[in-house]
Ligand binder design. Structure first.
Ligand SMILES: [Zn+2]
Length: 310
């Protein structure tokens, strides 16, 4: 059942974006943020606080790049949230993660409220097959041919990549399942939730799938925007704003038109942290039950088989 949320200020739905920082630079992302700001859409931009030393699988600027940092700080000053996407663009051992979190706090005034694991980082927390339980874990392992089984170690206390205790002390919300539907609450009505089987994460949140410009535009089509509003739902789009939104001669036209339309609707447009804080208060503290967990896992597996979301 989708919960009925009474949105603040008489708004009829909520919409925001968690921007995964993969490939982001000032050059390929700045114009998108100016555009969102002008429309009054305040969202969350994730960062890597420290420069890497290994070759990245997927690169992008870090907060040790001076111009990039100055720009990210200007976004924070304008009301965007800065989120965390691991210490840097490759795996980090415990001391490196601790340094990344400290640097994040030094730069942005507090530890991150929201985070998402970065592809391939071994310190990712409860990731790969550890996202699921029982039969759903087995199905996932078969679908992925055990490629992600016991590969991610952020929650494994004996591992040099362990940082679960730091996550619990310093990070409020961690992203887990991403669904094809625009209404994130429809698939994960209990978010943000605590999972007693995953005690190092305070609260989990879900998102809607749109990893690049084309997929994003499909998910936020006019029809879907209208349904999000009529359902009184909440959408957290998970995307990479460095992937195709800015084209050679300006922003993608379809994206411009869809965001322009959305911004004129009666939505609540706040960063992910603010939206989750509000939902947490509306729902009170919520610990997920085994049957609720099985349900959201199954929905994710179903979507994964059809559209292969994150
Ligand atoms: Zn990433």
């Amino acid at each position: 059942m989708i919960p009925t949320i009474k949105w603040p200020g008489g708004k009829s739905f909520a919409f925001t974006i968690f921007d995964d920082t993969d490939l982001s630079t000032v050059a390929n992302t700045q114009a998108i943020y100016s555009f969102l700001y002008d429309l009054g859409l305040l969202t969350t931009k994730s960062v890597w606080p420290t420069r890497g030393r290994d070759i990245p699988r997927i690169g992008g600027a870090t907060c040790e790049d001076y111009d990039y940092l100055a720009w990210v700080e200007s976004l924070q000053a304008r009301g965007f949230e800065i989120g965390y996407h691991c210490a840097t663009y490759h795996s980090s051992r415990r001391n490196e993660t601790a340094r990344g979190l400290d640097r994040f706090k030094g730069l942005f005034g507090q530890y991150p409220s929201t985070m998402a694991n970065h592809t391939g980082c071994q310190e990712s927390i409860y990731w790969g097959s550890a996202r699921l339980q029982g039969a759903n874990r087995l199905i996932y392992n078969l679908l992925t041919r055990y490629r992600h089984h016991q590969r991610y170690l952020g929650h494994v206390q004996q591992s040099e990549f362990f940082w679960g205790d730091l996550c619990r002390e310093r990070v409020r919300y961690v992203r887990n399942f991403v669904y094809a539907d625009i209404n994130t609450l429809r698939n994960c009505p209990i978010m943000p939730y605590h999972d007693p089987e995953r005690p190092f994460v305070n609260y989990w949140f879900a998102s809607s799938e749109g990893p690049n410009c084309d997929a994003f535009n499909k998910c936020v089509s006019e029809k879907n925007q209208d349904r999000l509003e009529s359902e009184g739902g909440a959408c957290i789009m998970y995307t990479h704003l460095a992937c195709g939104f800015q084209e050679q001669y300006g922003l993608n036209k379809r994206f411009r038109s869809l965001m322009g339309r959305l911004s004129k609707m009666n939505g609540w447009f706040v960063p992910v942290e603010r939206l989750l804080d509000y939902l947490l208060e509306a729902h009170n503290y919520h610990e997920i039950t085994s049957s609720q967990r099985a349900r959201i896992e199954r929905r994710w597996l179903r979507d994964k088989m059809i559209v292969g979301p994150s």
